[in-house]
Design a protein around this ligand. Structure first.
Ligand code: 7MF
Ligand code: ZN
Length: 875
């Protein structure tokens, strides 16, 4: 058990900082195991606070203090005290220069927070609280300072980077080089970055709307220099888009991106020097899938957009994280929607939200978009803060319209430029710019849990009136038993029996946003001819669970006629959920499973009509994942979910073999690869068909997959075929293809990651024994989060069948790995353990195995604060 039990931080305890730091001058002398950090801080008593000079508290973790001086005078030990996680300094004047020297050990830093080494290259990760592992500092986002950074390193590290502009460089007498950087914008310490290594760079430039030329550089190891083009193109698109859609220009003369292999997350928006997980920046047609191309485009944009939503206007405290993250996810989602298929992008977002965020909101770690407390802030970089936070911003956009929203963001950026602010400030800008009252809407920030909106209808044929009644509720979540009604925008349309849409207002619009504010509320529409079919929650206009008793006929009708593509898809998903849930019930009761006739009919119609865009069609033909089905269940029966879903997939593949084959053949052309929307859509549909053909058990699917694997000229087609072989071919065939693939790509880190995850997440191939074997493979590295996510994460999150093996072996395995990882990298350990935390939702016997595995983590010794928080809240 822990002796230093991590303590809880509360939002209500926020206090202004006692001292401000006007300037920060840093000097790094880089050595793998003993880097010297010298800092000079111009410190000033915060004028906003009352009289007196309280002690100056500085954060510091794993630092060796060498020297401390005030205004050039070394401090006697009586003037300062080393604390558990920092330093307390007695202050005798309101303004002074504080100098500190300390040593750190980047070579031994496997937590990947602070300064560390990745493949011989120095890099940093400071968000949220990593700067305190570099030097003593008030490490909180509301302390903003101008940074000057000098980096001194031996000649093996020719590239020395930090934030802002290079102002000096040279050579020391001892042969070491130095470079000095100056960032003209005041920033919080979490946006600090440093990189040193033997790197090459791709260079380009961008002319801003006002005509300034910005130098763009992407740095990576020499072997990857050919994999930067797509990220560079994405960056330029993002820069233009932010000018056009938000009127936001870039503000420095240089913008740099660096790719590193060891990284806890996707990427980081450090001012002028974004650092990326290699997997989120490097690509080529031969090595990256369409999904990777799209992910790179959106992550490059996300980090770039933070320059305004995050850096120029930052967070006052970490409870406000969604201020920058929810907003920036909304911005990158709209960017991706504009660059690609808007409908497919929305479907992907909603799928992620419904599958993973809804589960989080129903689990032991549920929290509001703006949390009230935390033990370890890294645990709150969650789907709720990011994705639900983005949905909250999207609802404001829906309520105010695009112009009103833009007025709001303009006011927000003008009012708060250069400041550290709150979610409340964001909402107030939206209100003030539009003259609206969002008092009730604010509850979306404070109330956790997924709201449920149940809808019922009545039709008065005589009066020609159709009435919809909405009832909203929200289940209790930890610490919040009672919920208040929310302000929920629900976009609706009404379809006549011929598929035409009724006009819902005087202007003749067929879509209307209903604003639900009461626990129960009705709306009446004129429908003189006949009872219409409602299309509810169009475009997923609010992050809620919407209940309406549709008949199978109505769902098939909406799949065909709804003008809202999202709801066309959603109608198909409802049919699929119903079918698979019926099969689950039959499986449990021992009855014979019945083919899902309505679903098959609907899919056949889609394939035969050929009128649905390929991108949407591929989505519409895809069944909900096991995870999505689990989230939908009151009590999860993993075995029944797998059996029912496999059965439906098999039935669809068998019944639609002709149509699927025809579609596959038509799309299986050998066009040169372009990662553009139409081509991506065609590959997606083609590979969806191939998956069904192979899943339906015939030899033809496997034959086609082998041919596709051998003939593929891009990674999308090659990996899709390999996936089919791994999941559906004989073990020997799968093994042979996997070996061939590894032989060909073993030098490419990103492809090897794909190769690992393809195996660990395979229901048929990825047994626990295989996963253990993969962990012994030379390509595996327990200190590399991408490899851990590929093998262990792929198994625990992507391999429903094997992970939930009835004997609990999958759970015990995960528990062991989490304990081993915790001493290396607490953030990764705390994320990896999450699948076990939902044990209460599983059938009792299975859930008990999960709980026991969690308990064994708790008993595993001295846990990090990260892991302790997650496990203790879940037991
Ligand atoms: C797109 O948010 C969406 C989300 C924090 C690290 C990147 O820019 C970030 C960083 C985590 C989880 C998800 C994302 C990021 C982080 C992310 C990246 C791209 N400020 Br943790
Ligand atoms: Zn972000």
């Amino acid at each position: 058990m822990n002796d230093i039990r991590p303590h809880t931080v509360y939002r209500k305890d926020y206090r202004l900082p006692d001292y401000l730091v006007d300037s920060t001058v840093l000097c790094f002398e880089l050595e793998p195991n003993s880097t010297l950090v010298k800092s000079s801080l111009e410190i000033r008593r915060n004028p906003a606070l009352a009289e007196g000079l309280p002690p100056l508290r500085l954060d510091g973790v794993d630092l060796q203090l060498l020297y401390i001086a005030v205004d050039g005078e070394p401090l006697p030990p009586s003037r300062y005290q080393e604390l558990q996680q920092g330093l307390s300094v007695r202050v005798d004047k309101p303004e002074f220069l504080l100098e500190i020297h300390n040593r750190i050990n980047p070579g031994d830093n496997t937590s990947l927070e602070g300064l560390y080494l990745s493949n011989g290259m120095y890099c940093t990760q400071c968000e949220a609280e990593g700067f305190r592992k570099i030097t003593y500092y008030p490490d909180r986002p509301d302390v903003m300072s101008r940074f000057t950074t000098r980096i001194v390193a031996p000649p093996q590290y020719p590239v020395l980077l930090s934030n802002g502009n290079e102002i000096d460089r040279g050579r020391m007498d001892d042969g070491r080089q130095f470079v000095t950087w100056e960032d003209p914008f005041a920033k919080p310490a979490y946006l600090f970055a440093l990189v040193a290594g033997d790197l090459e760079c791709v260079e380009d430039s961008f002319s801003t709307a006002s005509g300034r030329r910005v130098k763009l550089q992407i740095f990576t190891e020499a072997k990857n220099i050919g994999k930067c083009a797509h990220a560079m193109a994405s960056l330029k698109k993002a820069m233009r888009w932010d000018e056009e859609v938000y009127g936001r220009e870039y503000d420095l003369d240089i913008f740099m991106i660096v790719a590193v292999d060891h990284f806890n997350m996707g990427a980081m928006e450090n001012k002028g020097l974004n650092i990326f997980n290699s997997a989120c920046v490097l690509s080529s047609p031969e090595t990256a899938t369409d999904g990777a191309f799209q992910r790179i485009e959106s992550i490059v944009a996300h980090e770039y957009f933070h320059n305004w939503s995050g850096n120029r206007v930052t967070c006052r405290d970490w409870f406000q994280l969604s201020l920058k993250e929810g907003f920036t996810v909304f911005r990158d989602a709209e960017f991706s929607a504009d660059m690609n298929s808007r409908d497919v992008k929305r479907i992907e977002e909603v799928t992620r939200l419904r599958t993973a965020q809804f589960a989080e909101d129903a689990g032991p770690m549920a929290h509001p978009v703006r949390p009230d407390s935390y033990m370890e802030i890294s645990n709150f970089y969650t789907l709720t803060v990011y994705e639900k936070g983005a949905e909250v911003v999207r609802m404001i956009h829906t309520l105010l319209g695009p112009e009103g929203f833009r007025r709001g963001t303009d006011l927000y950026f003008t009012r708060h430029d250069g400041c550290a602010v709150t979610c409340e400030d964001f909402v107030r800008s939206m209100e003030d710019a539009n003259g609206v009252d969002l008092t009730q809407f604010r509850r979306w920030y404070s109330q956790a849990g997924t709201p449920v909106v149940d809808v019922s209808e009545t039709y008065d044929a005589e009066a020609g009136e159709y009435r919809l009644t909405f009832r909203q509720s929200c289940p209790p979540t930890p610490g919040q038993s009672e919920k208040l009604p929310l302000h929920i925008p629900i976009a609706v349309g009404l379809l006549a029996s011929d598929g035409a849409e009724l006009a819902l207002d005087a202007a003749g619009n067929s879509s209307r946003v209903l604003e639900i504010t009461q626990p129960e509320q009705s709306f009446t529409f004129s429908a003189p001819a006949a009872k219409p079919v409602p299309s509810l929650l169009r475009g997923f206009s609010a992050p809620v669970k919407l209940g309406f008793e549709y008949t199978e006929e109505q769902l098939q009708f909406l799949m065909q006629f709804d003008r809202d593509a999202f709801n066309q898809w959603d109608a198909g998903q409802r049919l699929a959920f119903n079918a698979i849930e019926q099969s689950q019930a039959d499986y449990r009761s021992g009855a014979a499973l019945e083919p899902p006739v309505a679903l098959i009919g609907a899919c056949r119609g889609l394939l035969q009509r050929g009128s649905t865009a390929p991108a949407l069609l591929a989505e519409m033909l895809s069944l909900p994942s096991e995870q999505a089905l689990a989230e939908h269940s009151d009590l999860i029966d993993a075995e029944a979910i797998v059996a029912a879903r496999d059965f439906c997939r098999l039935s669809l593949g068998k019944s639609l073999q002709g149509e699927l084959l025809e579609c596959y053949r038509r799309l299986n052309t050998h066009k040169p690869y372009r990662p553009e929307a139409e081509d991506i859509a065609e590959r997606s549909l083609k590979n969806t068909c191939l998956g069904y053909l192979a899943a339906s058990g015939g030899a033809e699917g496997i034959r086609l997959a082998r041919a596709q694997y051998l003939g593929a000229e891009n990674m999308t087609d090659s990996s899709a075929a390999l996936r089919v072989l791994v999941n559906h071919a004989d073990r020997a065939v799968a093994r042979q293809a996997l070996d061939d693939f590894y032989q060909r790509w073993q030098e490419d880190t990103q492809v090897v990651e794909l190769w690992l995850s393809l195996q660990s997440s395979s229901a048929s191939y990825g047994s626990l024994d295989l996963v253990r074997e993969l962990m012994q493979h030379p390509a595996f590295e327990l200190t590399n989060p991408n490899k851990v996510r590929a093998v262990i994460g792929g198994f625990a999150n992507g391999n429903f069948t094997q992970f939930h093996s009835i004997d609990g072996s999958g759970y015990q395995f995960l528990a062991e790995q989490v304990v081993a990882l915790d001493s290396l990298n607490p953030q990764i350990a705390a994320r990896l353990v999450l699948p076990l935390t939902h044990w209460k939702k599983y059938l009792p016997q299975v859930g008990e195995n999960m709980r026991a595995a969690l308990a064994s983590v708790m008993a595993g010794g001295q846990l990090s604060a990260d892991l302790y928080e997650v496990v203790s809240k879940s037991l």
